[in-house]
Design a protein around this ligand. Sequence first.
Ligand SMILES: NC(=O)c1ccc[n+]([C@@H]2O[C@H](COP(=O)([O-])OP(=O)(O)OC[C@H]3O[C@@H](n4cnc5c(N)ncnc54)[C@H](O)[C@@H]3O)[C@@H](O)[C@H]2O)c1
Ligand SMILES: [Zn+2]
Length: 352
Amino acid sequence: MNQQQIIHSTDYDIHITSSSYIADEINRCKPSKVFVLVDTHTEQYCLFNILEHLPENTIIIHIDAGELNKNIGTTAFVWRSLLQNGADRHSILINLGGGVVGDLGGFCAGTYMRGIRFIQMPTTLLSQVDSSVGGKLGIDFEGVKNIVGVFQYPLSVIIDPLFLKSLPYKQLINGYAEVLKHALIADKDMWNELKEVKDITTLDFVDIIYRNVTIKNEVVKADPKEQGLRKILNFGHTIGHSIESILLGTDEELLHGEAIAVGMVCEAYLAHVKGFISLEEAKEIKTIFLALYGHKYKSIPSAEEIISTMLHDKKNKGGMIMFSLLESVGKANYDIEVSNEDIKEALAFYKK
Ligand SMILES: NC(=O)c1ccc[n+]([C@@H]2O[C@H](COP(=O)([O-])OP(=O)(O)OC[C@H]3O[C@@H](n4cnc5c(N)ncnc54)[C@H](O)[C@@H]3O)[C@@H](O)[C@H]2O)c1
Ligand SMILES: [Zn+2]
């Protein structure tokens, strides 16, 4: 990649560039020792790109791939590996992987010795456009996603779009749901461009990543701890996340992106019910998502089960389900109350 793009965030920079840029970062921060966290797949497909740019005594920590490993056992394994290999306050951990490696590795670094420096090198589309930016780190515990964690910023984020070359299509389209979310909540022009795209593998991902990181970064900079504006990033996630958790471990299990695609269609309809967008706009959103993600109407649990699961979401306050909806296409609002009747109608809108 010839051009390098830098986006400034709170206390750290996000570089969209070649992964070899890691050498410059290491030279600048002069760590006592370098550690790299990889999972099964990033060890195979991504590690060789950066190894030659790292000091010879770099320690590689390997974990198994997959969300199931984003747990306390893996966390203890990483802490132990740091300790046994002499990680000190001046060491650095590079998290080379998707959201699982980034969230878990960042959490390990953020807590080991009350926090050592770490660099995020996201390798999936989801982690490049979403999870590597914003300082949320953590793990799943007792079956609850992201329930234990900290807010902490990395030393920097280095995004090499070339890593996407080895990413399976299933994972690419999974992350693409967050791209469409960013377009719908914050960038009407991007939505209008992307809704014409039939084959996402033909996209210019350097440009896509730059625009998406810019959106996410602006939102999280304005509201780092999710007191207000940051909630707009939950568009599609209230219903989507509920469906995702109900179906987890069943034959109908959906990827996160597939579940929030359903959620965004339903919540677009809620925006229509609330008078924010027209029925035509809601229908267009449905058509675009169905073309990309298929019509999962057979998998959708009952409205009662979805509503009851939403009530248990950690993001709710005092039994009230609050939505982030589209104020218009390309703009979002948050803390919108919606009745159970409207939620049922929105699910019916998706299903029919
Ligand atoms: N911190 C945040 O703000 C935030 C935001 C959104 C999501 N998340 C978290 O992110 C996680 C999901 O992230 P994800 O979708 O990246 O999942 P993931 O890390 O599990 O990666 C998906 C799969 O792709 C493989 N992979 C990664 N890079 C590859 C590459 N370049 N080539 C081939 N295979 C590769 C991985 O090994 C894994 O099998 C969830 O745990 C979620 O909670 C966090
Ligand atoms: Zn998401």
